[in-house]
Design a protein around this ligand. Structure first.
Ligand SMILES: *Cc1c(COP(=O)(O)O)cnc(C)c1O
Length: 370
């Protein structure tokens, strides 16, 4: 039987084991572990890739989001609007920045609904934090208009969206600051935790640098309270090596998305993400391939029996479902989406035949001809 895991962590390493070992040996023999040249080279390349002035390696994207919010000037008692269809990390970052996360509805694109975001604005709202989910960028023109109208900051959760573009601009470059994740299963993944804060604003960069460096500024003087969150130099070296091949990775993921579209577009029981060429305003990198399906749970079970791993994002819990954290919002659109959404395998280990097998298994479940 075919076996298609949702994501193969060993493959992340074994696919380029020799190259990675060469990087490890090189870095290890130099003893270059913390705040060394590979980190600075990676930060520079990442900023150039995104078209922003500054990138700061941090321990993980959750730290990065908190730092981005604090550096952008979020204060206690502020409210920050975010999509309820996001990782817990987005809300956690707002909480630990001292502010209140306000989850709102997403739209049919699974991304924050700009109208819902505007409807949630109060006198305490300081920022909108759009999550560039699944490797697709939100409707940033609409969000930008709302932010300008109500004098709000935009801080992007671009954890899933390195290289995703809207009208030619990269996710992570729209707001005052953004964070990106290098968690292993992310499109640019390292062999452990890692993240980056990116910004065009030199002051925000300086504050983020201080916050992550015990409050020390670039001259080494202590100028505020700060903590310690760093991207390991070893990880940075590995990420720099992978960033050089990133165009190929984005291209392949878009190819896989096209294959899914071709083989499933006539199946009325599922709603697919937009195809790569569906909308010239969007360049998606398909961090995830999240479909909507009738009889979702039965389909998931069927695919499991066919040897295909699938995943329901966030374990099926939206932010507003987390009652232990005090959320009381009623978000019926998101509730319904969370009974229908399912992520199909989308990663660099897949060959074309794998996508056909997944698609055929879905077709046969719904009684469509192969
Ligand atoms: C992965 C992810 C994060 C957190 O990233 P870490 O690097 O694991 O802290 C935040 N937001 C979203 C949308 C993510 O997918």
């Amino acid at each position: 039987m075919h076996r298609i895991p949702f994501f193969s962590y060993p493959a992340l390493f074994t696919a380029q084991e020799r190259e990675f070992q060469a990087v490890f040996s090189d870095v290890g023999r130099r003893g270059a572990f913390i705040k060394q040249q590979d980190l600075y080279d990676f930060e520079k390349s990442l900023a150039a890739f995104l078209g922003v002035s500054h990138a700061l390696g941090v321990g993980n994207a959750t730290d990065g989001l908190e730092v981005a919010l604090l550096a952008a000037g979020i204060r206690p008692n502020d409210e920050v609007i975010l999509s309820s269809h996001t990782m817990l990390a987005t809300a956690v970052a707002v909480h630990f920045a001292g502010a209140t996360p306000v989850p709102v509805e997403c739209g049919p694109d699974h991304l924050i609904d700009p109208a819902a975001a505007e409807a949630a604005v109060t006198s305490r709202t300081r920022a909108i934090m759009p999550t560039q989910l699944n490797g697709r960028t939100c409707e940033m023109d609409a969000l930008g208009r709302i932010a300008a109208k109500h004098s709000l900051l935009i801080v992007e959760d671009a954890a899933q969206a390195l290289g995703s573009r809207y009208k030619g601009r990269c996710a992570g470059s729209f707001g005052v600051a953004a964070a990106i994740s290098f968690y292993p299963a992310k499109v640019l993944g390292c062999l452990g935790d890692g993240g980056a804060v990116v910004t065009d604003d030199a002051n925000v960069y300086a504050r983020a640098f201080e916050l992550c460096n015990f409050g020390r500024n670039m001259a080494g003087e202590v100028v505020r309270w700060g903590f310690n969150s760093r991207l390991d130099n070893m990880h940075a070296a590995m990420l720099l090596f992978q960033l050089k091949q990133y165009d190929r990775v984005m291209c392949r993921r878009r190819q896989l998305a096209s294959l899914y579209t071709e083989s499933l577009k006539d199946v009325a029981e599922v709603v697919l993400p937009p195809a790569p060429d569906a909308d010239p305003d969007h360049f998606d990198i398909y961090q995830n391939y999240e479909i909507e399906a009738k009889r979702r749970d039965a389909l998931k079970e069927h695919l499991q029996k066919c040897g295909i791993g699938t995943l329901i994002q966030w374990g099926g819990q939206a932010i507003h479902h987390l009652k232990a954290l005090g959320f009381t919002q009623n978000l019926p659109y998101t509730d319904r989406l969370f009974t229908r959404m399912l992520m199909l395998p989308m990663n660099m280990s897949l060959d074309d035949g794998d996508v056909h097998y997944v698609s055929d298994s879905i077709r046969s479940f719904f009684g469509h001809k192969l």
